[in-house]
Ligand binder design. Structure first.
Ligand SMILES: [Zn+2]
Ligand SMILES: [Zn+2]
Length: 395
């Protein structure tokens, strides 16, 4: 069956995360979104793990009392020296049960303080990480996280590598999927033939429990509700499609310097990598790195991407207000009540049925999004891209 998964999440124990992230909130909002299997996030954090143990284990997943499926996955930050350079790479770790998880955490404790952050810093290389995990249990899997972000990723301009092999060395054979991150999509990733053999997946990396963030990127696979099924689908490239941000909307699509409000397409970026306004270093973005490593002119992937804007955003455009207001939430709930989930509203519901339920201006904005009548000033250096929907900018 077709299943929407979001395997990159954070709990309230990660830095800069909402204090209200608990299992009840995650489940109810993931259901509203249309996510079938949600990452627990932060599986290395002792207090969060204690809380997760209230869930039942079944077929390598966790199940709530009301039958919702969670997936034991968390992010770690590998910080180390390799080839004379300092490296910072974020990796997602996937685990099938608490017994293996407990064994893993007692090992990882040797490399960093697991209780200090839901996404702990580990003083070990990415290849050492995989080696250590495979020694504990061969079913533990690693997916490199948001592979293009400048500061903390396998290909990042600041501290990354030029290939999966350079980063993971003889452990590279265990890599089967790559998380493309908000500023990229499977299409642009396919400009690089070296990535052809990997499943390109998308997850939210959400720091909040609201449906505005959970599942903002997600992956639709053919699988049953089991660890093996889900991992197997990614290993077999059995991906139906991914839900994607418009890459320009991500925080690091273009090059730039945020303080000076300077941004540029890589083709226009000064060759010395310096900000023309202040002379400081520019942050080279995702598109820059992709074009640097690209060996194709045009994308070749057959993997489908559904470019989406969260429904709360769309409503807030129609209302010309922020996405967190009460009126926006009421309209959102009404839509979910009528169609079952946000993904149904965004992708499946018929235009006429939608007309019966949604406010006229919301219906119009949603149709603009469906028809691709969206334009975006690209994001850069930590600044999200600026959206306009149907020619309208939000105040
Ligand atoms: Zn990360
Ligand atoms: Zn500057």
């Amino acid at each position: 069956m077709s299943v929407f998964i979001d395997l990159h999440m954070h709990s309230r124990f990660s830095r800069a995360c909402s204090g209200d992230i608990n299992l009840q909130n995650l489940e109810s909002h993931a259901r509203m979104k249309g996510i079938d299997v949600l990452a627990t996030g932060d599986i290395t954090h002792p207090t969060w793990v204690k809380e997760l143990k209230s869930l039942d284990e079944r077929d390598g997943l966790l199940v709530s009392k009301t039958g919702f499926h969670f997936f034991l996955s968390g992010e770690v930050s590998n910080i180390y020296q390799q080839d004379g350079q300092s490296r910072r790479v974020h990796n997602l770790v996937l685990v099938r049960n608490f017994e293996i998880l407990d064994a893993m955490n007692s090992e990882l404790e040797k490399y960093g303080k697991l209780s200090s952050d839901g996404r702990p810093i580990l003083k070990m290389s990415s290849s050492q990480l995989i080696e250590a995990l495979k020694n504990i249990d061969r079913t533990i899997e690693v997916i490199p996280a948001h592979i293009w972000t400048p500061w903390f990723s396998v290909f990042g301009s600041k501290s990354g590598f030029d290939s999966i092999k350079d980063c993971f060395q003889d452990m590279a054979k265990h890599i089967f999927a790559l998380e493309n991150g908000l500023s990229a999509d499977p299409q642009i990733c396919s400009l690089i033939s070296g990535l052809d053999k990997y499943s390109i997946v998308s997850f939210s990396d959400s720091h909040s429990h609201w449906p505005l963030r959970i599942g903002r990127e997600a992956t639709n696979i053919e699988s049953d509700f089991s660890f093996e099924g889900i991992v197997g689908a990614m290993k077999g490239k059995n991906i139906n499609n991914t839900v994607e941000f418009y890459p320009q909307e991500g925080k690091y699509h273009y090059d730039g310097h945020r303080n000076c409000r300077f941004s540029s397409h890589p083709s226009k970026t000064p060759k010395d990598g310096k900000c023309p306004r202040c002379g400081g270093a520019l942050t080279l973005g995702v598109l820059n790195r992709i074009l640097e490593l690209a060996d194709r002119e045009t994308p070749v992937t057959t993997q489908r991407a559904l470019h989406a804007i969260p429904l709360q955003e769309i409503i807030s455009f129609a209302f010309n207000s922020g996405p967190h207001g009460k009126a926006v939430w009421e309209e959102y709930e009404k839509a979910i009540h009528a169609f079952g989930s946000e993904f149904n509203v965004l992708f499946n519901a018929g235009e006429e049925e939608l007309k019966d339920v949604l406010e006229k201006r919301v219906h119009k904005a949603l149709m603009s999004v469906r028809n691709g009548d969206v334009s975006i000033t690209p994001g850069y250096d930590g600044e999200y891209g600026k959206l306009s929907v149907g020619g309208q900018v939000r105040r």
